[in-house]
Design a protein around this ligand. Structure first.
Ligand SMILES: NC(=O)c1ccc[n+]([C@@H]2O[C@H](COP(=O)([O-])OP(=O)(O)OC[C@H]3O[C@@H](n4cnc5c(N)ncnc54)[C@H](O)[C@@H]3O)[C@@H](O)[C@H]2O)c1
Length: 445
């Protein structure tokens, strides 16, 4: 007699996806190929997945398809190798999502003119995801945003399709913590926090990242994951605000704030050094805390530290211009009519990103006060500024001598500081680039 055949139960969509991820057979996609999305797409491609990278900018997609890279931390040869191997397919066509097992959304989250969150890029991207949502698909939002975005905004958009989260499709938030230009920590070895809408959502999202990233950190919900990122960036903004206020205070009292910080950081516990500077820059620290304060306000809570830090940090570019005025005044000159050279327009050292850079605010304020302004930045050869194209000037001794004041706004390693000190007539140093150098030319922050 034949024994009755035992039927193996059909695998659930989650089980199928876990299997495909484990075997690296899953087809992945990343929406938004910028500073966050491109490194992620490349890492996933290096893990052996086929990755479709979707961006609206045809120029970027064409560059990537030719094996070029516009993100400093992503070598062109990595892009070229993956494109050649068929593991990375850059495209402007969202229909590739029809065959995608997972999609990571890495689009911008700026502030509106009223300094409220502008989630229109997320909405536009997720509308496309909803259009191609299918059973077994994993959707992960990586863009920095206010707590609640994943469950209050994305989930209804996706469930409108009639599919159920945690069963038919999976949804999670995982904040991106990449630090452009950081030689030690990159996409692969920065621990990745993951919070799914359901435990199954967290499980599948973790499985995806575990295929390539060294550390994953599960949390209980997308709201927690969203808040983690905002805590981290608010922590930085508030501490920078505190140290900037210390710098202003120390200046009044004739104390060198840089020496104070250097000595304070010898304490082996309970202190972490932050440094003053010309103001906040980049796409995260000046913006993200306001996503949080906006959401807190909606809940009837006033986030006072965030507002105060924003106020102190936002005032720093103007303070730097006041230092320029002081420096010129020593030589009997006014800002009006003086020639000023701003060194560094990227928002931090040794990178090429000028978004929200305080150098631009400094240049604008100097121009408004009647100065003639140039900039020099080895990482930013050209710049659209106040409706016109500007080019970086070369730092020759003759040129340096031609300016009434030189402002070190971003301390790129490539600047020849001894030559600047030798040839500049006056210097405003906002970064302690001339640490330990005593010279009547220098006005320090
Ligand atoms: N840059 C950083 O260091 C950093 C670090 C951590 C987190 N973040 C966050 O990550 C997110 C992305 O930032 P980024 O710096 O990579 O931005 P980015 O501007 O460098 O790149 C975003 C890309 O998305 C594309 N895009 C915009 N809308 C799109 C759409 N609807 N469909 C497809 N593509 C679209 C843009 O063309 C651009 O190429 C933001 O929320 C940001 O706050 C950035």
């Amino acid at each position: 007699m034949r024994s009755p055949r035992t039927r193996t139960p059909r695998r659930t969509p989650a089980q199928q996806l876990l299997r495909r991820l484990d075997r690296r057979r899953a087809h992945l996609s990343v929406i938004g190929l910028g500073y966050v999305g491109l490194p992620l797409a490349v890492e996933l491609g290096k893990a052996g997945f086929r990755v479709s990278g979707i961006d609206l900018q045809e120029k970027r997609v064409a560059q990537l398809a030719r094996g070029r890279s516009y993100v400093q931390d992503v070598p062109a040869e990595d892009v070229a190798t993956l494109v050649r191997a068929g593991l990375f397919h850059p495209t402007t066509d969202f229909s590739v999502l029809r065959h995608a097992d997972a999609v990571n959304v890495c689009v911008p989250t700026p502030l509106s003119k009223m300094r409220d969150p502008d989630v229109s890029y997320i909405v536009a991207a997720v509308e496309q995801v909803a259009r191609y949502l299918h059973r077994g698909m994993l959707v992960i939002l990586e863009s920095t945003t206010y707590p609640g975005t994943t469950t209050e905004l994305l989930l209804p958009m996706l469930e409108k399709t009639g599919m159920k989260v945690g069963e038919d499709f999976f949804l999670a938030f995982s904040p991106e913590r990449v630090d452009p230009g950081n030689p030690t920590f990159g996409t692969r070895n920065i621990p990745k926090v993951v919070g799914g809408v359901t435990p199954t959502c967290t499980q599948v999202a973790l499985k995806l990242y575990q295929q390539r990233l060294e550390h994953v950190v599960p949390v209980s919900s997308p709201q927690v994951a969203e808040m983690v990122k905002l805590l981290e960036n608010t922590f930085r903004s508030v501490n920078i605000g505190l140290v900037n206020e210390m710098a202003l205070m120390c200046q009044r009292m004739g104390i060198d704030v840089w020496e104070v910080i250097d000595a304070a950081k010898t304490k082996p516990f309970g202190f972490m050094p932050f440094y003053p500077g010309p103001g906040l820059g980049g796409h995260c620290i000046p913006i993200d805390p306001f996503y949080l304060s906006w959401k807190a306000r909606a809940a009837g809570f006033e986030a006072r530290f965030i507002e105060l830090a924003g106020h102190v940090n936002g005032h720093m570019p103007e303070h730097v211009v006041d230092l320029v005025a002081q420096n010129l005044n020593r030589r009997g000159r006014a800002v009006h009519g003086s020639k000023v050279l701003v060194l560094g327009v990227a928002y931090k050292a040794d990178i090429d990103d000028t978004r929200e850079s305080p150098s631009l605010d400094i240049m604008q304020t100097l121009l408004q006060r009647g100065a003639r302004v140039d900039y020099s930045d080895p990482h930013v050869p050209g710049l659209e500024f106040m409706g016109a194209r500007r080019e970086s000037v070369a730092l020759t001794p003759a040129r340096l001598r031609g300016y009434d004041c030189v402002v070190v706004a971003t301390a790129h390693a490539g600047f020849d500081y001894p030559a600047i000190l030798r040839h500049a007539r006056g210097i405003v140093d906002t970064r302690n680039a001339f640490k330990g150098r005593r010279s009547g030319k220098i006005t320090r922050l």
